[in-house]
Design a protein around this ligand. Structure first.
Ligand code: NAG
Ligand code: NAG
Ligand code: NAG
Ligand code: NAG
Ligand code: NAG
Ligand code: NAG
Ligand code: NAG
Ligand code: NAG
Ligand code: NAG
Length: 473
């Protein structure tokens, strides 16, 4: 067959570019239409069985709903839970979907060229009952929309990817929330409940309708390498909210959001007290946060089940309202204790330190006004901040002071127009050492160069060893 020079040239370009594209996507074409993925990734457990969303009728055109494809894929793969587990690959493409449920001994792998697009059709979001430790939805008294990726009562579940994207397409939800059109709480992007051995890593989450990642009533949770992005004025787009969980590590995350980058929680007033499940043994490290209207790490305000043994280190905050912020209120009960933070670098902050005992916000009027929170053992050390408006606003509760506060080796540089009263303290007790500007009288300076305590032992979650897993299909 004779080819004109022009069409030959097109043919070569076509061949070269298809090779390039295949290389880029790490795909190898086998036989006629069989596609094999050569993927490797670290995980708490590898899987014997593999499938691709397209095996179950998935269509990655950005328009077709894949809710059924996800549900049938995961229903099918759940049969392998006791036979080496299964992994489901979301391949390159744009995969529109509503909420779907994960299963045990299962990995959802989102390819680096894949985007999960959250449906904006409310019919694609089943309703769930309110959380027992909250007693009502946060956006309204009714129930809640199930999260985009939801799992409950699971063991050994992984959501990971080569930095693939989960796009919550949240704008219509933000509008409905702001105009009071919701009596059901907005969905989150990833929520895992009552589960053990959970990994969420190496994906990018953007524009969530509300919170991004919510492990609740879980233990042994690894969150690593998340990029979380939402407009800084979007409502309640918290980054990661460990809630009534034990043994959690959150590391190497980059978060820009409209609410707290990390918010540690454990239930709300009388519901949280009754449920009684604390968040404890939590590590947060190598976090970068940008959140002009909220905290880098918030403890509370829902803390009625208690928060204890939180260790945060190597934290960077830029253009953020506050560093670590404790939020509580009369009626919460519970405690926040044994909190250790070191090596924070902050630039352009309204507050470096902020504690509030009058946060208010109750689920209903039936909270117990005698339920006072216990805030004690708060240790902050080795921090540098620049361009700060207020060094500290530490506002405990009358007749229920926040105690055991220790702040050492902290240097705070102020903005051109700083507040006159740099340390505004009421109802707090403790001391400081090598802190500039000097703290309030309630936190007197110790002259013996004391460093605040930071634990030297390792928590069990730090000893977790990841395996290298392959897609073997
Ligand atoms: C689901 O599982 C069954 C039983 O193992 C299998 O035969 C079938 O091919 C699977 N369905 C799909 C769509 O892959
Ligand atoms: C997902 O899990 C929830 C809570 O257990 C349940 O109500 C719902 O029916 C499940 N959805 C599917 C599609 O299985
Ligand atoms: C929520 O609002 C819709 C319409 O505004 C209404 O039909 C529905 O009954 C309400 N549901 C609850 C749980 O209040
Ligand atoms: C999940 O676990 C919780 C706590 O153990 C239990 O109360 C609940 O009934 C379980 N739900 C399912 C669907 O098994
Ligand atoms: C992941 O993707 C986000 C958004 O595109 C990007 O900002 C980030 O640097 C990526 N992370 C890695 C580790 O490649
Ligand atoms: C996440 O990606 C980084 C960079 O590619 C890699 O070093 C790390 O092992 C991955 N971790 C997990 C848990 O996926
Ligand atoms: C004080 O904090 C800074 C900033 O984290 C650190 O570089 C320095 O080593 C600390 N000094 C001491 C004596 O620990
Ligand atoms: C310092 O902070 C102020 C807000 O208080 C901000 O407007 C200004 O841009 C910041 N300057 C620098 C150099 O970041
Ligand atoms: C100090 O804090 C108290 C209580 O939070 C507040 O009412 C007061 O206005 C603050 N004072 C200044 C000068 O900022």
């Amino acid at each position: 067959m004779e080819l004109s020079p022009k069409s030959r040239c097109y043919q070569i370009i076509a061949i070269v570019s298809s090779i390039l594209i295949l290389e880029l996507l790490s795909l190898r074409v086998q036989g006629s239409s069989q596609v094999e993925y050569s993927i490797s990734y670290p995980a708490i457990n590898c899987r014997k069985h593999s499938a691709v969303l397209t095996d179950f009728g998935g269509v990655g055109d950005g328009k077709t709903s894949n809710t059924k494809a996800f549900n049938s894929a995961i229903a099918n793969l759940s049969q392998f839970a006791s036979d080496g587990g299964a992994q489901l690959i979301v391949p390159p493409g744009k995969w529109l979907t509503g909420s779907f449920n994960l299963t045990s001994h299962f990995t959802l792998y989102i390819h680096k060229e894949a985007v999960l697009l959250a449906s904006q059709d409310e019919a694609e979001w089943p309703h769930l009952a309110v959380l027992p430790s909250y007693g009502r939805g946060r956006d309204g008294p009714g129930g809640r929309f199930s999260s985009l990726i939801f799992g409950t009562n699971l063991t050994d579940v992984v959501v990971t990817g080569g930095n693939g994207t989960i796009d919550g397409q949240g704008a219509p939800w933000w509008i409905k929330y702001r105009s009071n059109q919701l009596n059901i709480t907005r969905p989150y992007l990833i929520e895992i409940m009552y589960s053990n051995h959970v990994q969420i890593s190496n994906v990018t989450l953007i524009n969530s309708p509300s919170w991004n990642v919510h492990p609740i009533y879980c233990s042994n949770v690894l969150v690593q390498g998340l990029t979380i992005l939402a407009p800084i004025d979007s409502p309640n787009t918290d980054g990661i909210n460990p809630d009534s969980c034990t043994n959690t590590i959150i590391e190497d995350c980059y978060i820009v959001s409209g609410d707290d980058c990390i918010a540690v929680k454990s239930g709300w007033d009388q519901y949280g007290t009754k449920f009684g499940m604390p968040t404890k043994h939590l590590i947060i490290r190598r976090l970068t946060c940008i959140s002009p209207d909220s905290a880098t790490i918030a403890l509370g305000s829902e803390m009625s089940g208690g928060i204890k043994d939180v260790r945060a280190e190597d934290i960077t905050a830029i253009d953020t309202q506050s560093g670590v912020r404790i939020k509580t209120a009369i009626g919460r009960g519970g405690y926040v204790k044994d909190i250790y933070v070191r090596r924070m670098t902050m630039k352009t902050m309204k507050y470096v330190f902020w504690m509030t005992g009058s946060y208010g916000s109750h689920p209903d009027p039936n909270f117990d006004p005698k339920a006072l929170p216990e805030i004690t053992g708060i240790n902050y050390r080795d921090m540098v901040a620049e361009n700060v408006t207020y060094s500290a606003r530490l506002d405990g509760i009358q007749n229920d002071p926040f105690t055991g506060i220790c702040i050492s080796n902290v240097t705070i540089g102020l903005t051109e127009k700083p507040q006159k009263l740099q340390w505004n303290c009421t109802d707090v007790q403790g001391f400081t050492s090598r802190v500039t500007p000097p703290a309030c009288n309630l936190l007197p300076e110790k002259k013996d160069n004391t460093d605040c305590f930071y634990p030297k032992d390792k928590l069990p979650i730090e000893n977790i060893e990841l395996k290298t897993c392959f897609m073997t299909k």
